[in-house]
Design a binder for this molecule. Sequence first.
Ligand code: NAD
Length: 362
Amino acid sequence: MSSQILLLPGDGIGPEVVREARRVLEAADAQFSLGLSFSEGRLGGIAIDEEGAAYPDATRALARGADAILLGAVGGSQWDALPAADRPERGLLAIRADLDLFCNHRPALLFPDLAEASSLRAELVAGLDVLIVRELTGGIYFGEPRGITTNADGVREGYNTDRYSETEIRRIGRLAFEAAQKRGGRLCSVDKANVLEVTMLWRETMESLSADYPDVALSHMYVDNAAMQLVREPKQFDVLVTGNLFGDILSDIAAMLTGSIGMLPSASLNADAKGLYEPVHGSAPDIAGTDSANPLATILSAAMLLRYSLNAPEAAEAIEGAVASVLAQGLRTADLIVDGNHAAAVGTRAMGDAVVAALRGH
Ligand code: NAD
């Protein structure tokens, strides 16, 4: 049976890193007979330039028909003057909404050979393996009413609404419990239930769900404490689940623990396990076209794609093992070099070559 993967390289370094991830996927396909076939579409700035919209109809049709999607990154200064509603990043919001990708998985995993690149002392992060599950299509980023108005005293006021239904909380909660079942069996739900009613409901709902998952130990933590604990003792966590706003912030904190933004993959899933997989970083216009971008975040996103959407855990592990092996060999793109000796850096293409070779066992 063939699986259709849609590639959306996007802007800036996107095409460079997606090209390497595709080569790695093709090598995994040859080794594990995954039956992959690829199509390619436009999203973001390039789609605005070529097709007049950040998420054009042709891309929407391809995305709806694909089994999984691998995205590079979108955006760049040439589109910054456009009104907010027409910018490349709107393409990203549009595809997430179109496919109902409500569940964002962001692993923060520190490869042992990169401990020195972390912002924390090596002993605090050695062996770090935390998964943050963030609700992605609800909460304060989408809640109505929202806006900026002028009150009776003639003073302008801005306001947003943090809103979650039990249904929304339950569906993200279930995926988080299931993720914890497949990992260390511990789930920490992060809220601000001492102040915000919406998160009181969040906590109650997580608590009621836990009866269905007796093999998962559920705990709760206020978001301010969670932020502190992530930098104090990050290894205490296995899986964290939280809403859109808190997840946005906590996942960036967790990102820094692992060294470089060039290492971080992510997955955004819907209820059918269809997913959009992408590196956490942006389009890095400052290094686009220079063969210096780190492709590993995109390659690790491709591994997540195989695990979550194509149910090919062995191939996913083989890719992750190949990445660990090239790092153990000492290969570093410039972003991973901490001693300033950038002359020793390998380029995007060479890093892709090394991962493909490691995957093939050479
Ligand atoms: P960025 O992540 O693109 O870059 C931040 C810094 O990290 C830059 O110095 C860049 O060179 C470096 N960097 C990023 N990825 C790297 C990689 N793979 N290898 C080596 N170095 C890497 O963030 P930014 O500069 O704030 O944003 C640039 C553009 O990307 C903007 O238009 C922004 O809107 C967009 N953006 C897109 C996404 C997305 O597509 N998901 C996410 C964030 C930002």
